[in-house]
Design a protein around this ligand. Structure first.
Ligand code: NAD
Length: 484
């Protein structure tokens, strides 16, 4: 049984920005799915809090439409939907003003878990944190959940940490990186630390290199202007790709415990070497029949912001010296595909000779689509005659391995919100971890900004600029194909 549902304690979840895009696409549909599964106990409430003037019925209508649009039709259950909508409340509140705060405080109940989800722009985090305290909306057990981006660089991330820590302890702050809520990402830890097979090989003596790819087919679209202030390094590498790298590279924590795990991740970030100028390739997608170019999308013909980046990253410690991590992420690429590939070394000597053909073992952890794992193993091609070697996959697609139960695997946001209610911070980033990640990323960004090199153009539907292939070729390696 994979999806055993363990109900959480009764809670009140207050969503600041409850009428915004993230709330409508992810948070509220996810909460509905948890309600449907029976994980949310009766009496729990979800309170939308946003600037827009709405009555509770209007908010329920908004959420009803969000469920219709963002929850799979086979999960539309009229009774569950009306039960869920009945658990909703709404408060019109101004994060920067005084309106709505007393009303929100009056809604709070003692001895019920209180969580406050900041699904608003980061410029409002400080104002909300301050007012939550000032109007006595929170208690010592209350939790706050903050969305990305957590800072724009090290100074802004530090300032944000300082602001939040003025009102809340570190144990109350849940910095979300939804990549950590993905089933396969957690499975990566299970594969490493619950099996004897891989961990003894998990080092530079046996692993040649690691590739982490997060490819998207969509462009920046309507978010162009906002994205142009950020770029792929800030938007993806500093947080999501960094988290994946940490989980692969870290030492086994002494327990699956929030601080034990985060201590190990932090050590990895601190062991990252600065990235050399030759080890980074940035790109911008061109336009085609299906969409405008990046420069058109962002409305700035002279933009130097990257929509694609590939990096060679070295982890400077005993385990990884000599086995680099190659990271790449981009928009408008050939396929929507996120994967981690652990490429093992060739055997030291081939008894079958060069003609037999020998390829390294590769362990691929697929984050999307088709979450699962795949290990390529070399075997003999069947049939008479001499030995010719072929690669075959040992494939575990969760959908196939787990059948219908895979459909009930909670999405990343659902799992993470339930963890907030349980008070489990294991899959959330700690303040020092975020700062360390910016401390490594800032010089990379400063370096590319100083050189003011125009990012290399790449064809939409490709796997990025040519130069990123060279990044691998000069080391005698090749990127895996970007495919579904
Ligand atoms: P949005 O603009 O769609 O929604 C913003 C919400 O905040 C609205 O409900 C609005 O009413 C409310 N709001 C704005 N100003 C307010 C004020 N002064 N007082 C009270 N409420 C106010 O934004 P979004 O896309 O939902 O993003 C919210 C946060 O989540 C941002 O920090 C964003 O970076 C982050 N995020 C969004 C996504 C996504 O897919 N949309 C993904 C990851 C992170």
């Amino acid at each position: 049984m994979v999806s055993r549902v363990i109900p959480v304690e009764q809670f009140d979840l207050i969503i600041f920005g409850g009428t915004g895009d993230l709330a409508k696409r992810k948070i509220l549909p996810g909460l509905y799915r948890r309600f449907l599964s029976g994980q949310i106990p009766e009496g729990s409430r979800i309170i939308g809090a946003a600037r827009s003037e709405h009555g509770v019925e209007e908010f329920r209508d908004i959420v009803r439409s969000a469920i219709a649009e963002h929850v799979a039709p086979d999960k539309h259950d009229d009774d569950a939907i009306s039960g869920f909508l009945n658990s909703l409340e709404y408060v019109t509140i101004d994060a920067l003003g005084t309106g709505g705060w007393k009303e929100l405080a009056a809604l709070m109940r003692p001895s019920v878990v209180r969580a406050f989800y900041f699904s608003v722009g980061p410029s409002l985090f400080g104002a909300i944190a301050e007012r939550l305290k000032k109007y006595k909306v929170t208690d010592d057990e209350s939790r706050i959940v903050v969305e990305k981006p957590f800072g724009h660089d090290l100074p802004t991330a530090k300032a944000l940490n300082e602001t939040l820590s003025r009102h809340f302890t570190e144990q109350q702050i849940y910095r979300i990186d939804h990549y950590l809520g993905k089933e396969t990402v957690q499975n990566l830890m299970a594969v490493r630390f619950a099996n004897m097979l891989f961990e003894p090989l998990w080092n530079a003596r046996n692993i040649d290199h690691i590739q982490i790819t997060v490819a998207e087919t969509v462009g920046v679209g309507g978010r162009g202007e906002y994205y142009d202030k950020s770029g792929a390094i800030r938007d993806m590498v500093q947080n999501h790709l960094m988290q994946l790298l940490c989980l692969i590279a870290m030492e086994p924590p002494y327990a699956f415990d929030p601080d034990a795990l985060r201590d190990e991740k932090l050590k990895v970030i601190r062991a990252l070497e600065p990235v050399e100028p030759d080890d980074i390739v940035r790109g911008q997608y061109l336009g085609d029949d299906e969409g405008p170019s990046y420069l058109e999308d962002c409305g700035n013909p002279s933009s130097l912001t990257e929509s694609y980046v590939a990096l060679k990253v070295r982890v400077s410690n005993w385990r990884w010296k000599g086995a680099p991590f190659y990271l790449r992420t981009g928009k408008r690429m050939r396929a929507r595909s996120s994967e981690i590939a652990i490429v093992f070394k060739d055997p030291p000597h081939s008894i079958f000779g060069d003609q037999a053909g020998q390829n390294p073992n590769v362990l691929v952890i697929r984050l999307q689509p088709n979450e699962g794992m795949n290990l390529t193993v070399t075997i003999k091609e069947p049939g008479p005659g001499g030995i010719r070697l072929i690669e075959v996959p040992l494939d575990m697609t969760f959908k196939e391995a787990l059948g219908a139960e895979a459909d009930d695997i909670p999405d990343a946001y659902e799992r993470l919100i339930m963890d907030v209610i349980r008070g489990n911070q294991t899959l959330f980033m700690r303040g020092d971890e975020v700062e360390a990640a910016w401390a490594w990323t800032d010089p990379i960004i400063a370096q590319v900004e100083d050189r003011a090199n125009r990012p290399k153009p790449y064809e939409p539907g490709s796997s990025g600029p040519e130069e990123s292939l060279i990044l691998m070729h000069r080391d005698g390696r090749r990127w895996r194909e970007v495919k579904v």
